[in-house]
Structures are given as C-alpha cells and as structure tokens.
Design a protein around this ligand. Structure first.
Ligand code: CU
Ligand code: ZN
Length: 187
C-alpha cells in the first residue's frame, strides 16, 4: 500500500526533472557547436581573415581563434561582433556592436561590455595577426548566440571604453570598418 503511494510520486518527480533538463537521453545544449567567419575586405580595403568559434556546450566559454593578413603593420585593430549579418551595403549594414543587454562598450575582459566586444587584433611587422581568445559572453546557441551576425575589423585601435569621450562608450573609437563577414555554422 505504501509503495503504491510512494512510487507514482517519485516517478512524477523523476519525469519532471528529466523534462526540465533533458531532451530524450541528451542533456540540453551538451553538443559542441562550431562556427566560422570569413572576414573579407571592405571596398577599397585589403585586410582579410578567417575566424573560428568553438563552444563545447551552451554554458562553456567560446574559443575564438583565427588569422588575419594585410593589416596595418605593428598595429592594434578593433574587432567586434556586430548585430546583423546584413552586408548588402558592405560592413556598414552590419549595424552596431551586438549588445543584447543594452550596456556600454568595453573590452573583452571588462565586466561592463557589449557581448560583441572582442577588443583588438594585434598585427606584426608584416601586417599578419593571429587572434586567440576564450569568451564568457559570446555563445553559439541560446539567447546570446552570434550565429548569423557579423564579425567586423576596424582601422583604428579599440580603446575598450577608456577613451574619455562618448564615442568610446559606444564604439571604442575603433573608426572605419575595413573588413567583415557573416558568422555561419561549421562542422
Ligand atoms: Cu566593430
Ligand atoms: Zn562594443
């Protein structure tokens, strides 16, 4: 008699727990996701790059790494994720920095930042650069997903919001957009 009352309720609890955290036998979001952004030069510009994104699950930091060529020599170029993947009028139609929480602009390690703030890409004496960063805010699924948005490379250096003017808190004074691409899913 006791078992009759206990069993259904534990079964209900178990099924509740399972439906909350699981889809079938799989934990929600436990599959690794990968994405790629081919950075192509804006009109009359030459900078290019390839950037990879890898996230083990939706709660993990996203590994963002890649290479750039034809940059200004020995220079820091601002690099961000902008909100739209629309490049119909070049990098301009990618819109502002991806900022789902309506915060001020910052650097990749700032507490207050746009989700899309990736800081700078640092070039060597030949204008080549590699980029390698683990990001706690950028995601490849869920509400902060950057899939279908754009990665944008700038002419000037991102001041991480420390430039002491209004533009610094919006764009980091990174200046014109010299290259961009859409972030798409990768195998
Ligand atoms: Cu930007
Ligand atoms: Zn920003």
């Amino acid at each position: 008699m006791l078992a009759y009352f206990v069993l259904p309720s534990s079964a209900a609890l178990l099924s509740y727990t399972m439906s909350k955290n699981r889809i079938g036998d799989c934990e929600k979001g436990d599959t690794e996701k990968k994405a790629i952004c081919l950075v192509n030069p804006e009109k009359n510009q030459v900078a290019k790059g390839i950037v990879h994104f890898e996230q083990e699950n939706q709660y993990a930091k996203t590994h963002i790494f890649g290479n750039f060529t034809n940059l200004s020599k020995n220079h820091a170029h601002g690099f961000h994720i902008h909100v739209y993947g629309n490049l119909s009028k070049g990098c301009l139609t990618a819109g502002p920095h991806y900022n789902p929480y309506a915060k001020e602009h910052g650097g990749p390690h700032s507490t207050v930042r746009h989700v899309g703030d990736l800081g700078n890409v640092f070039s060597d004496s030949e204008g080549n650069a590699s980029f390698d960063h683990w990001d706690p805010q950028i995601a490849l699924s869920g509400s902060n997903s950057v899939i279908g948005r754009a990665c944008v490379l700038h002419k000037f250096t991102d001041d991480h919001g420390c430039g002491g003017n209004g533009e610094s808190k919006k764009t980091g004074n990174a200046g014109p957009r010299i290259g961009c691409g859409v972030i798409g899913l990768d195998a």
